[in-house]
Design a protein around this ligand. Structure first.
Ligand code: NAP
Length: 236
């Protein structure tokens, strides 16, 4: 589903995409060789490796083998480091999409209490960095956080990325808060839903993103933007 949506988006905006669907028994060396060829191919501006990878392949090694200037997902340590020092080339697609949603909705971040629930390398941590760069006062929560509900209730902007269906209900949310749901989960009937219980939280939130149709499409849009930017930089 993810790969098809990305391919469709490429077609829509006029980016040629090449898919390499490799068999599960592909070795780490073979995958690194393929990435090496794409790194050196002037026809290719952006490379992404769809995660998760099979257990016998070291994810970190693979992400490190992508040329940082073609790292459309922004997972390479070089680009992560640039983000950390507040001078990013690329921004990781999901948190970047969240920032665009907030910006386009005319919501001010500066000075606001921002709570990010989840500390993964692809969502929670970079999300916190991007909010901090916009002068939010940022708290990062995780599975060991004590009094999670109370911490969430302080948030003017609450971003939830934990991977637990409908975990955050209205009792976690301050009246009028902006609630961004990154989760992509399945409910008890197998229906796509988020980490936030939309029905109860929408009654109390000032603004809320739905699942599907919220952060997901923004992630893909930002992937397109990163790829176009990589192409522009390559031509400079
Ligand atoms: P992940 O790597 O599994 O990380 C989950 C994080 O949530 C961890 O930091 C974990 O804490 C924390 N957590 C888990 N249970 C918790 C709890 N009960 N209370 C507080 N924190 C808790 O997940 P991820 O890759 O960040 O993804 C999170 C969700 O976003 C998933 O549903 C995923 O499908 C979705 N997602 C959506 C998009 C999109 O494009 N819309 C993109 C990426 C991910 P510890 O670190 O302590 O274990």
């Amino acid at each position: 589903m993810y790969v098809n949506n990305k391919k469709k988006a490429c077609e829509e905006v006029g980016i040629r995409s090449f898919e390499y669907a490799l068999p599960e028994e592909t070795t780490e060396t073979e995958l690194i060789e393929l990435i090496g060829r794409l790194n050196g191919d002037p026809e290719v501006d952006g490379i992404l490796c769809q995660l998760p990878l099979p257990k016998h392949i070291n994810e970190e090694k693979i992400l490190n083998s992508i040329d940082p200037s073609k790292d459309a997902d922004c997972f390479h340590p070089f680009n992560v480091g640039r983000l950390m020092i507040g001078n990013p080339v690329f921004q990781p697609c999901t948190p970047y999409g969240v920032m665009e949603l907030i910006k386009e909705s005319g919501i001010e971040i500066s000075g606001k209490e921002c709570v990010v629930v989840g500390r993964s390398n692809i969502v929670g941590k970079p999300q916190a960095m991007l909010l901090l760069a916009q002068n939010g006062t940022v708290t990062i929560c995780h599975s060991k956080t004590k009094n999670l509900k109370e911490v969430c209730k302080r948030a003017d902007i609450l971003v939830v990325a934990i991977g637990k269906a409908k975990f955050v209900d209205a009792s976690y949310v301050k009246e009028g808060a902006v609630v961004i749901d990154v989760g992509m989960d399945r409910d008890e009937n197998g229906k796509l839903c988020g980490d936030v219980d939309f029905e109860s939280v929408k009654e109390i939130a000032g603004a809320i993103t739905p699942v599907p149709g919220g952060v997901g499409p923004m992630t893909i849009a930002m992937l397109m933007r990163n790829t176009v930017m990589a192409a522009k930089v390559a031509k400079e």
